[in-house]
Design a binder for this molecule. Structure first.
Ligand SMILES: NC(=O)c1ccc[n+]([C@@H]2O[C@H](COP(=O)([O-])OP(=O)(O)OC[C@H]3O[C@@H](n4cnc5c(N)ncnc54)[C@H](OP(=O)(O)O)[C@@H]3O)[C@@H](O)[C@H]2O)c1
Length: 223
C-alpha cells in the first residue's frame, strides 16, 4: 500500500487557521486535494485534525465551488483518547453514505451525531498500526493522509510515508488563527499578510523563495 500525505502550510509555518485548511490553501491546493482523494482508497486523519475540521464526504460547494462534487473515500480516524470533542462542522457526513471508522482505545465513545454512521475498531494496540493494517486488509492501494503533522511524523518515524505533497501558501497567518474557535463561515476573515512569489530556485534539495507583500490589510478575506 502506498501512503501519501497532503498538507498546506503558511509561510510562518502554520497549518491552522480560523477557517478550514481547505480554504487557506487556495484553489490550486483544493484541486490537487480533490484529485488525490479521487485516486485514494481511503483517507487517514489524526484525531486532532478530525476534531478541528471534520472532513465532509464531499468537498462543500461553498468552500470550493470550483471543485467537482465527488464522494470521499472511507475516512479513517486515529486517536489515543477516549473521547473527541468535535466542532459542529460535520454536516455532510450523516445521510451521505459516508464511511467513518475510528481506531481508538478500548473505552472510546463515538462522538454525538456520528453514532448512526461511524464504526469503531477499539483495541489496546496502537491505533495507527491498527488503521494501517485495516486499510491493507481492505485492499486499499493508496492511502491519503490529510494531516496533521503529528500523524505525518508518526508515519515517517515508522518509515511508512511514501510521499509528502506540501502546499506552501503565500500567507503569514500571524497570531489570529483560532482553530478551536467558532467557524466564521465559508469565507473566514483572518488577520493575514498575503505575499506574492517573485522567484523560486531549488538547490541541493532546498528551495529558495523570494516574496514581496501583496497587501497588508489587517483583515484580508481569503477567497
Ligand atoms: N493545513 C493543513 O493542510 C492541515 C491538514 C490537517 C490538519 N491541519 C491542522 O493540524 C492541526 C492538528 O494537527 P496535530 O499535529 O496537532 O494533530 P494530528 O496529526 O491530527 O494528530 C495526531 C493524531 O493521531 C493520533 N494518533 C494515534 N495513534 C498515533 C500514533 N501512533 N502516533 C501519533 N499519533 C497518533 C493522536 O492521538 P492523540 O490525540 O490521542 O495523541 C492524534 O489525535 C489542526 O489544527 C488541523 O486543523 C492542517
Amino acid at each position: 500500500m502506498e501512503i501519501i500525505a497532503h498538507l498546506a502550510v503558511s509561510l510562518d509555518g502554520r497549518t491552522e487557521a480560523a477557517g478550514p485548511p481547505a480554504m487557506f490553501g487556495g484553489a490550486g491546493d483544493r484541486a490537487r486535494m480533490v484529485a488525490r482523494r479521487a485516486s485514494a482508497g481511503a483517507v487517514l486523519v489524526g484525531g486532532r485534525t478530525f476534531s478541528t475540521w471534520p472532513i465532509p464526504p464531499e468537498l462543500r460547494r461553498d468552500w470550493a465551488p470550483e471543485a467537482p462534487l465527488r464522494p470521499t473515500p472511507p475516512t479513517l480516524v486515529v486517536t489515543r483518547q477516549d473521547r473527541l470533542e468535535l466542532r459542529p462542522v460535520r454536516r455532510g457526513f450523516v445521510g451521505a453514505d459516508a464511511s467513518v471508522t475510528f481506531f481508538a482505545p478500548d473505552g472510546f465513545v463515538v462522538p454525538d451525531g456520528l453514532r448512526s454512521i461511524a464504526q469503531v475498531q477499539r483495541s489496546a494496540a496502537d491505533p495507527l498500526d491498527a488503521a494501517l493494517r485495516a486499510a491493507e486488509a481492505a485492499g486499499c492501494a493508496r492511502l491519503l493522509v490529510e494531516g496533521g503533522w503529528g500523524l505525518i511524523r508518526a508515519l515517517t518515524a515508522r518509515g511508512a510515508l511514501d510521499a509528502l505533497h506540501l502546499t506552501l501558501c503565500p500567507l503569514c497567518l500571524g497570531g489570529s488563527a483560532s482553530p478551536g474557535g467558532p467557524s466564521s463561515g465559508p469565507h473566514p476573515e483572518m488577520d493575514t499578510l498575503r505575499l506574492r512569489l517573485v522567484t523560486a530556485e531549488a538547490e541541493g534539495g532546498a528551495v529558495f523563495l523570494h516574496f514581496v507583500p501583496e497587501r497588508s490589510a489587517a483583515s484580508a478575506t481569503l477567497a
